[in-house]
Design a protein around this ligand. Sequence first.
Ligand code: GDP
Ligand code: MG
Length: 318
Amino acid sequence: MFRALREKLLGASKQAEEELDPKLNLDYETFRPEERESGAVIRESHLENVLWEMELALLQSDVAMEALEDMKAIIKKRLVGLRVENRSEIVPTIEKALKASLVELLSKNVFNPDILLEDRETPLVVVFVGVNGTGKTTSIARITHWLKENGKSVVLAAADTFRAGAIEQLDLHATKLGCKIIKHQSGGDPAAVAFDAVEHAKAKHRDIVLIDTAGRMQTNSNLMDEMKKIRRVASPDLVIFVGDSLAGNDAVEQAKKFHEAVDIDAVVLTKLDVDAKGGAALSISSAIDKPIAFVGIGQEYEDIMPFDAAWIVERIFS
Ligand SMILES: Nc1nc2c(ncn2[C@@H]2O[C@H](COP(=O)(O)OP(=O)(O)O)[C@@H](O)[C@H]2O)c(=O)[nH]1
Ligand SMILES: [Mg+2]
């Protein structure tokens, strides 16, 4: 299913697919330039020139400065003083090493989506946090769709009791997707909704509880207190931060704030179908040192896929 999605997103025809395939399965993770006795030596000045150009591309893709510094350090250590076959190999080698180091940074923390599908004694509880409009509710709906396709029973918790229409929005998804929703009235205590949903799932032996929460501003301390209370009351197995890839550096700041308040375990990065190159993936994951679990690539139920570091890196430079 995910492969089909990827093709859809890339708009790959049969032929394009063949061309893309080797690209998508780049051996970045194992890329090490060959050691040689003779040939052209890569010097720091070569690196500076090539990296400067690529840095621009990265900054334009919303890769944060800090992440860039980490990456440059990796590349320098790996390449300076190394010999390549001849001078013309220097630039491509540096470029490939740069991509490899990006993939490496993005693969430092990995989230295996299959852990959501494992059989367990008690329901797996997942809370989704993030500011308004980043895509929490639609991500929950998309993940529910995927879980249901994989035979899992899902309980949704409408713990965004703050925004007008939020409960109805989730309710609509629950009806379409055919799963149970636990909801209270608008303005109610979100933690109580989360608690009831977990209790319901335990009593009915459901597999997984997905808790939707309110957004507002990450600077709003009430919001952070509310998130902490939900965390305390629902004891989630996972807290997932939902970030909008179009939000650039704001998304990074939001991730840090939520991480401080509630300890994020993984990230969903949405709206990668809209223009964003995906540098936010690198910036967010290096800012909070947590993996990207899924990426949102549209507004349909199928428009979500597990994170793939090589795919994002190709996208950043495309
Ligand atoms: N194009 C696109 N739109 C998305 C994506 N994820 C969410 N959206 C849209 O973003 C808007 C806000 O999403 P919603 O789930 O309500 O955000 P929430 O406030 O965090 O719950 C909606 O119009 C969604 O359809 C995505 O991956 N791609
Ligand atoms: Mg919502």
